[in-house]
Design a binder for this molecule. Structure first.
Ligand SMILES: Nc1ncnc2c1ncn2[C@@H]1O[C@H](COP(=O)(O)OP(=O)(O)OP(=O)(O)O)[C@@H](O)[C@H]1O
Ligand SMILES: [Mg+2]
Length: 352
């Protein structure tokens, strides 16, 4: 178990067509030992680049990386340890098993490279297979396995060396929806069992929220916020994080609302109200009778039959999603009130 420190890491790529691409613009992170840490952000924000730099596959243009007290990468000091020297294991989206080798030999592969003796290899392979519950598959070839089983073999190959650090880059994205959810919880329990420091890359906020002890949200090569899933959900630092986290997404209301909830937002009147937006989570809004809420709105549509109720409303020019209703039998185009606590409103600067 080791902790990882990332200090002011920058990465520039130079391309013919796009010129200089600043993939990472000064990343500072501390990844606590034994924890499940998630790098979350939209496509192109720099997640894989950062993971590859931590792994030792890619060199940082600037900055330093520490594994515990050990400096493993430094642009100034010209230090750059290989993935092997860092003792990291990585699982990619395409988990690239060796098709001609059995499951056993796939998992044993890194141990054979490390020239462990046969008995030791056998013990370790069986240990990993036991944790991943794939003992019965050890004789099979990857071609005979389902996606989830292959995924587990790839994980087996990664953990069998008992590495310092496990790096996972969207490892579940090739699986179907149901299997993803199963694998997510398995991954989480394996990580807990091994107390292996793990960094997991995903663009899927649901995945991040259910897996992470801590999450770092990235956008355009910049860390926006670091926190537990609860902190990021309840107290997003800016509009980007507020919109990116949560499903269904947070409602975003334009400045109009401020004038009605004046005791909380009075101070905004001194500012330019148009530069401010208010966010409110769908589960914080309750549908009540007209004029009994904070604002009035009109029901446009109700959510999927059988699923959790979801109400699509329009209020003062805003589209609003709500998750609960006090009044039964509301129909499309009914005028209703929207009730919520003033403290549930989050106020953001529109710009950042
Ligand atoms: N080898 C490279 N050469 C040039 N540009 C690159 C290279 N690798 C990454 N980039 C650029 O750096 C930025 C970050 O890429 P990266 O692959 O880290 O994003 P990502 O967050 O992993 O995205 P995704 O979710 O799509 O995998 C992108 O703009 C990408 O085009
Ligand atoms: Mg990527």
């Amino acid at each position: 178990m080791i902790d990882i420190k990332i200090k002011n890491v920058r990465k520039n790529f130079f391309t013919v067509k796009r010129g200089k691409v600043e993939a990472l613009k000064g990343i500072d992170l501390e990844i606590p030992a034994g924890k499940f840490f998630v790098l979350l952000g939209p496509s192109g924000c720099g997640k894989s680049t950062l993971l590859n730099i931590i792994a030792g596959i890619e060199k940082p243009s600037e900055g330093e990386i520490y594994f515990g007290e050990k400096l493993v990468a430094s642009s100034n000091k010209k230090i750059f340890l290989s993935p092997k020297e860092r003792d990291v294991a990585m699982v990619f989206q395409s988990y690239a098993l060796y098709p001609h080798l059995s499951v056993y030999d796939n998992i044993a592969f890194p141990l054979k490279i490390a020239k462990l003796d046969k008995n030791k290899i056998d013990r370790k392979v069986n240990w990993a297979a036991d944790i991943l519950e794939i003992e019965s598959l050890l004789g099979a070839k990857p071609g005979e396995l389902s996606g989830g089983q292959r995924q587990r073999v790839a994980l087996g190959r990664a953990i069998v060396r008992e590495p310092n650090l496990l790096l996972l880059d969207e490892p579940l994205s090739n699986l179907d929806a149901l299997l993803r959810i199963t694998m997510r919880s398995e991954l989480r329990s394996i990580q807990r069992k091994l107390e292996l420091t793990t960094i997991y890359v995903t663009h899927d906020q649901t995945e991040a929220m259910s897996l992470g002890d801590k999450i770092a949200v990235l956008k355009d090569g910049v860390v926006q916020q670091i926190g537990t899933p609860e902190e990021i959900y309840n107290d997003p630092i800016n509009l980007f994080v507020a919109k990116f986290i949560g499903s269904p997404p947070m409602n975003i209301l334009d400045g109009k609302l401020a004038e009605k909830i004046n005791d909380k937002l009075n101070f905004l009147k001194d500012k330019n109200i148009n530069d401010v937006v208010a966010g409110i989570r769908p589960e914080k809004i309750n549908i009540v009778k007209k004029d009994e809420g904070v604002i009035n709105g009109k029901l446009k549509m109700t959510g999927p039959p059988g699923g959790e109720p979801l109400y699509y409303l329009e209020a003062e020019g805003n589209e609003i999603l709500a998750k609960s209703s006090e009044i039964g039998n509301i129909k499309e185009n009914d005028e209703v009130g929207l009730k919520f606590g003033k403290d549930d409103l989050l106020i953001f600067d529109r710009e950042n």
